[in-house]
Design a protein around this ligand. Structure first.
Ligand SMILES: Cc1ncc(C[n+]2csc(CCOP(=O)(O)OP(=O)(O)O)c2C)c(N)n1
Ligand SMILES: [Mg+2]
Length: 562
């Protein structure tokens, strides 16, 4: 019991140590074994405490420090590690420019509900808020941070550190998970005082609402055309979603964050375009850990559709429209109760296997007719990537199509940035995923635009021997923007053509393996070699021409409430 642990911890005599030492000890006590980081004078005492605790860049260091070449690299790596493991991860940066450089990644961690702890330096404690022009000073840093994360605090003494670390770790996993931040002033890191350890705090879980379970079971049991929609919040409830889908013979729609919750070799698994068809026909929808963004904003609702929402965020279910039933909390225990309650109400159901296979075949034909070039390369990747290998997408032509048509077999093996869809997140996020999950191959795909956002981190991949495989589809353009200008703005091309390095020479200059391939078959052979190499990164360039547009399969017309 955490309370008993805390009682024992408090009974122990306080030990004198610095704020930095107390913070490092607390992070370790919470199971954090890696810090993605970029150091600087504000955090020197913190890094020294890491060194004194047996920390370092070696793989067997007691607490690993993975230093990067830019703060966005550190923060994206923590994000990738958190998404690939489902566990909290941390990064540390200097204040002001360091924090802001990590900003897009912190924003993405918020949008993706990823438990990423930002450890951010500060100017001297007594100078904060006085505008004296200290190195890296930014007005109201705490206020900036508070807009980016739901929980943040400043450590003001050694005594505060263990409790604040415990609260930050708890906050990241309570309700809707997400990032948290701890600031500490440069002089406070080095200050010495009495410290008492703080035991990890338990994660409060709201009781399952039994009336809502009964109402949901009745509605789902009686449904004639049930549909399940799985989002990122369903990633840890894969077994439960799978059982419900089979009991109900309900297709499971997932798009970006919910991919792999149901093994997509199951004919009940669908992505956006078939989901659109099924949404139009559905009478009851069970939405698990998803904003239901596309269905609610684009496809429409009406009185003939009852929506059951399961969400860790109490405000989410009714944000857009009041649902028929709302269940608030962690998806796994809620769906377990639903599985117990459902059989008493469930209609007898004929298997929908044949119908779903026919639908898939029809959609596959449409996709192939339109998106053949992208599908060929994606099929090559799927053929070589093991079942438990991790695919990290990007905001690129092959990324958009992968969200529709790259089959995903297991939870947490498809990483996609959700509604931020921020170009350039992919490579560094994938580095973090591969760093945290060394035992499986991770493959990142990027366009030439997106890759160059964090291409400098190839140096970090070499330094830390991260065996990530990266495929860069180079079309010499911000291709997506270019096509929009061609099609919708009278071909007035502006700010969309790119001048690229020789990507193979670029990769090799870091010491990475680097090759260029021209066909899906060549890509397969290159991937086989890359996945076999476990001591460093591989870069594969695939030169491509303009790609066909995927948007007709993503932005689809209203089908309800017209
Ligand atoms: C942070 C951010 N900046 C800008 C954009 C707008 N944007 C979306 S796609 C795109 C072009 C992507 O180019 P590239 O990575 O080469 O992929 P391609 O479309 O050429 O396959 C841009 C600029 C974005 N999504 N995110
Ligand atoms: Mg491009």
């Amino acid at each position: 019991m955490p309370q008993q642990q805390q009682a024992r911890a408090e009974a122990a005599a306080p030990v004198r140590m610095t704020t930095a030492e107390a913070t490092v000890a607390s992070l370790q006590a919470h199971g954090l074994d890696t810090i993605y980081a970029l150091p600087g004078v504000h955090n020197d005492a913190f890094f020294d405490a890491l060194a004194k605790a047996g920390g370092g860049t070696a793989r067997d260091a007691k607490i690993r420090v993975v230093h990067t070449r830019h703060e966005q690299g550190a923060a994206y790596m923590a994000l990738g590690a958190a998404l690939a493991t489902g566990k909290p991860q941390a990064y540390s940066v200097v204040p002001g420019p360091g924090l802001l450089n990590s900003g897009a990644a912190l924003l993405t961690a918020y949008a993706m509900n990823a438990p990423v702890l930002a450890l951010i330096g500060q100017i001297p404690q007594d100078a904060i808020g006085r505008g004296l022009g200290f190195l890296h000073e930014v007005r109201d840093q705490a206020g900036i941070i508070a807009r980016l994360v739901d929980w943040s605090a400043r450590i003001k003494s050694p005594h505060d550190a263990p409790r604040l670390v415990a609260e930050a770790m708890q906050a990241m996993c309570t309700g809707r998970p997400g990032p948290a931040a701890l600031e500490c002033a440069m002089d406070v890191w080095g200050r010495t005082g009495p410290v008492t350890p703080h035991a990890p705090l338990s994660i409060p879980e709201p009781p399952v609402d039994e009336d809502a379970i009964a109402a949901a079971a009745k509605r789902l049991g009686a449904a004639q055309r049930p549909l399940i929609v799985a989002g990122g919040g369903a990633q840890d409830a894969s077994a439960e979603v799978t059982q419900l889908a089979h009991l109900l013979q309900a297709p499971v729609l997932s798009y970006r964050r919910g991919r792999g919750v149901l093994d997509e070799r199951d004919p009940l698994a669908v992505t956006l375009p078939l989901g659109h068809e099924l949404w139009a026909e559905a009478d009851v929808v069970l939405a698990v850990g998803t904003h239901l963004h596309y269905p609610l904003q684009q496809w429409g609702i009406d009185r003939d559709l009852a929506i059951i929402r399961v969400d860790a965020d109490a405000d989410e279910p009714a944000r857009f429209a009041k649902p028929a039933v709302a269940l608030v909390g962690n998806a796994k225990p809620i769906l377990r109760r639903l599985l117990e309650a459902l059989p008493a109400h469930n209609a007898k159901r004929a298997p929908r296997t044949a119908e779903m296979q026919e639908r898939h075949a029809r959609m596959q034909k449409r996709l192939e007719q339109k998106l053949g070039p992208q599908l060929g390369y994606l099929a090559a990747i799927r053929a070589e990537l093991p079942e438990d290998g991790i695919f990290v997408d990007e905001v690129t032509q092959h990324g958009f199509v992968s969200r529709l048509a790259f089959p995903v077999y297991r939870p947490r093996t498809y990483i996609s940035p959700g509604y931020q869809d921020n170009l350039g997140y992919g490579f560094a996020t994938a580095l973090g995923a591969q760093d945290a999950r060394r035992e499986v191959p991770v493959v990142a795909i990027s366009g030439d635009g997106g890759f160059m956002f964090t291409a400098n981190e190839l140096a970090s991949a070499m330094a830390h021997r991260i065996p990530l495989t990266t495929i860069v589809f180079s079309d010499g353009a911000f291709g997506n923007v270019r096509r929009t200008q061609e099609e919708r703005y009278g071909n007035r091309l502006i700010a969309c053509d790119l001048t690229n390095p020789d990507f193979v020479a670029f990769g090799k200059s870091f010491g990475a393996e680097a090759v260029r391939v021209q066909t899906p078959e060549e890509l397969r052979a290159a991937l086989r070699r890359a996945f076999a190499r476990r001591d460093g990164p591989t870069l594969i360039e695939v030169p491509v021409g303009p790609m066909p547009s995927p948007w007709e399969f993503i932005h689809m017309k209203r089908v309800r409430g017209i």
